[in-house]
Unconditional design. Sequence first.
Lengths: 333, 431
Amino acid sequence: MTTAPLDKAIPLGRLRLGHSAVFWLGFCAVTVLLIAAPLVLPEFWRRFLTEVLIWGLLAMSSDLLIGYTGMISFGHSAFFGLGMYGAAGALLMVSPPNLWLAILLGLAGAAGAALFVAFFSTRLRDIYFAITTLIFSQIFYVIIFTWTAVTGGENGLIFTRPHLTIPLLYNARFTSTTLHWFVLAVVAGSYLILHRITQSPFGMVLQSIRENESRTRAIGYAVERYKMMSVMLSGLFAGLAGVLYAIQNEFAAPDFVYFLTSGDTVIYNVLGGIGTLVGPIVGAGFFQLARQLLAQAFGDQFPYLIPLGLVFIATIIFLPQGILGFARRWLNR
Amino acid sequence: MTEKWKEEKWAEDIWYSGKVTRRRVIGWGGGAIGAMMLVPAPWRAAFGAEKAYKIGSEQPLSGAGAAGGKTAVVGLQMAADRINKNGGINGRPVELDIVDDESSPAVARQKTEKLVQEDNIDAHVGGFLSNICLACMPVWEDAKIINMISVCLDTTLTTTHCNRYSFRTYDYAPAQAVAFAPTLTKMGKKWHIAFADYSWGQSTRDAYIAHIKENGGEVVGTTGIPLGTPDMTPFLSKISGDFDGLFGIFFGKDGVTLVTQAYDLGLTKKYKFAGDGSISESTNLIAIGNKIDGFTAINRYIPVFQGPLDTPYHHAWFNEAKERLAKIDPSGPLPDKYVQSNFEALNALKIGMEKSKFQTRADTMKLVEALEGLELKAGPDFPQGDKTIRKEDHQAFPQEFIFTVSGGTYHLIETVPGAKTVVPPACNFSA
């Protein structure tokens, strides 16, 4: 996996900025744009952008596993779904619905599922790990689909969106703009945490596992423990994405736990750029936007998956590092 | 240099007469725009410059529900064409904005948001899969847009999840159970229920357990079979014991699987065989053949000309629906309840819009009030029969048809009036 050397100075006209300065400049510029976006975008596109951020967070969470630890997971739908159902449970149980309790229960649900999956699957590698995560996600799907009394079965659960509350300070209904800012804050915060993790000694061990698991074990690292931590962290952020989706859409459905959601997540990673954290968000945005624009241009029943499939194949052949990986290489030339 | 010929005297007439000048562009452009405005749109000839009412509809046109969704659209289109042919609503034409929800709640949410915010629909008629109907309920409520549910069967849509803007102009499982239970208990006192093991199947099962018991019968056992199970034999082979009848609650291809495999195991000969009318929809009959002979069921619509369905308007509706269905399915299926309920839902909306003099979404509350308690009279708009949209929960109670199937056709044995299927409301908007 290619990453820009940390000490490399990037020329910007006469200025020579360090990699860190470029990172922060880029981060701030994108964040400012995303903060301003809901003020100029029409309602539908405002909501659309918020949803892209949520799918982006899910994709970014799986990048920790796929891109940094070298473990392809098809189980992220389970973490996303458990986060969603955890939040739904909290919002239905407590009146008035409480935002922070929803986040807490959602994270607890995803963490529980991640611990379970991690415990059994991290002893396996490569395709065996991928298949195991896929099977676990399907087990969760069947449980949620058939346990109607608790999960609502096929119909799922619908609930009311909680207020945006800061205890003793602020309490107001979410508008599409404040919801966007809230989601943006969570996604940006998650990105910074994940970025820090990948740059930390822990993250370096994960990358070492990705490059050569046997050698990492040979030099004394408890590989299984690191892999378990990686699955759990990844599952936690996927669960957070599920919580945000539940809050935005006011429903939880078993369809999100189905393995197709995991498949979409892997596609977002490949399209955007594996091992870049931001790339999967770009991939999610590209996929969702392309689908929307194709539907608008060619009609609602246009089989958008065909052109998107061709784009996906072309990306694998011609841009194996994804959109962001390609952009980064081009900028570094 | 290469165009020097244009300056030659002989070429002036040819060249300058066809030269693209700014004046000509403006002149021809203006003319073209004017002509386009004058050229009549299909409905403009009939309605002058009246702006069309935009009716949104989310339907599963791809994915698991595609076959039914396409059938549903036939009913909707039939109603819209008929409304436009007869002068529109309040003198304005109707334009359908149909979106494919891809049988996915996530996609449905995005597309219904688009219908509301980008396409600015005036009202919504649609919804086929119950989970999608439920997922989209907050969209209509938040945007304060009328939602005429047209196929979704889930009971909670008009009970625990009811909202002021959603209406259902056809029946639901509890009403069918009330209507069918007396007949079932006459057929036999002890029943075993095999059901599709998910929310619709489970809620329908519970309704039948309660009403069979109320009528002096008993459900001695139930067997849940997961949705989409291609081989039901392991489940069905365990069904045995001392009971009189087997009752099935399935739809679509699961209905076909149940009937063929229960027949092969001899269950349909050993026990009386009854169930939800969805099992014997006309689209299933071809695949099932004579294995379903003797099956007794209940449905809000069956494609026959018997009893209250032998009316001129039902004949006319049936013929047109059959003709339109043949265009999307060469096997030529007969109209089913999906065509009927979509057709009638749009017609109910039309009556409400006329009664409330609805013009824009700002008039939605007036439309809600017009639809609440609205009586829908049997006729060309409602070929299925009379029904009233109950004010308290926006649920209608149409007449129900109890029938048997034999030789590939339906035989009506009893019509239960809507008034005899009424279940107390679980929510109350009129309070």
